[in-house]
Design a protein around this ligand. Structure first.
Ligand code: SAH
Length: 243
């Protein structure tokens, strides 16, 4: 059984045909949970045509105005990209990506993000990802059609399910994994404290917060660990208030 906790998230898709073809690609691989972030032109007869018998997946699609709304209860988010980025996010091969998602889905919702046809995922969207996955492709012509990329990764997910799961590093966690929403609150708190102690210059923030996000995403915190970090930040603020 492919876990229902695995979400396929299309961020700002522009072509309804791609949304329909994605629904079909998902259903073929036993995936059901489709999230659409601010889709252009949906619902649409073109999407239904391309879904060919997977209209139940289309009809069940959750439409969200923002990425935050779709990810808030997810504890693992993996982004897809056709090309390497300026600041590197930790990368996974398609097979390892699928294993992580299948393992992670045992502990709560997980998401695989796909970018808009023209722009791909923006850096601010990639900031929400614990890992990035790139499907190996031609160096000169690396960009696959959106629904084709979904198909390949959905296939890897089904293969991971059929092969059975293996314990991943994330299972070393003791407590409940932290949701994306709680991590966002932590980052805001951290940024506030770093500014208060003069470590982060709001006029010249550089890539500090992005690098810190990457570091914490790699660690895969549990709730106890997050509480300790929040406690440290609060102590710093209380100390500062007293002086
Ligand atoms: N010009 C964009 C390409 C967008 S293609 C860019 O350079 O990023 C639309 C989406 O399909 C991408 O955002 C990604 O989600 C998926 N995709 C296309 N090719 C891919 C590849 N080789 N590996 C992983 N995802 C890919």
């Amino acid at each position: 059984m492919v876990p229902a906790n695995i979400r396929i998230v299309l961020v700002r898709p522009t072509h309804p045909g791609n949304v329909g073809a994605t629904a079909r690609a998902m259903k073929n691989m036993s995936l059901r949970s489709l999230y659409l972030i601010a889709p252009e032109n949906f619902p649409s007869p073109q999407a239904t045509d391309r879904a060919v018998g997977a209209d139940d997946v289309l009809q069940g699609a959750v439409i969200c105005p923002t990425l935050d709304a779709a990810l808030k209860d997810c504890h693992l988010v993996i982004g897809t990209s056709a090309r390497p980025r300026y600041i590197e996010w930790p990368e996974l091969e398609p097979e390892a990506c699928a294993r992580r998602l299948v393992d992670g889905a045992q502990h709560g919702p997980v998401a695989l993000l796909f970018g808009q046809e023209r722009t791909g995922l923006l850096n601010t969207e990639l900031d929400r990802c614990h890992f990035l996955v790139t499907i190996p492709s031609d160096k000169e012509y690396p960009s696959l059609n959106l629904a084709c990329a979904v198909q390949i990764l959905a296939y890897e997910i089904l293969r991971a399910v059929l092969a059975g799961t293996t314990a991943s590093a994330a299972d070393a966690r003791e407590g409940k994994p932290v949701s994306s929403e709680d991590m966002q609150r932590y980052y805001l708190h951290l940024e506030e404290v770093l500014q208060q102690i003069g470590f982060l210059d709001p006029e010249n923030p550089r890539l500090l917060m992005r690098r810190l996000t990457r570091l914490f995403n790699r660690a895969g915190l549990d709730h106890n660990e997050l509480n300790i970090l929040r406690g440290i930040l609060t102590s710093v603020q209380q100390r500062r208030d007293k002086t």
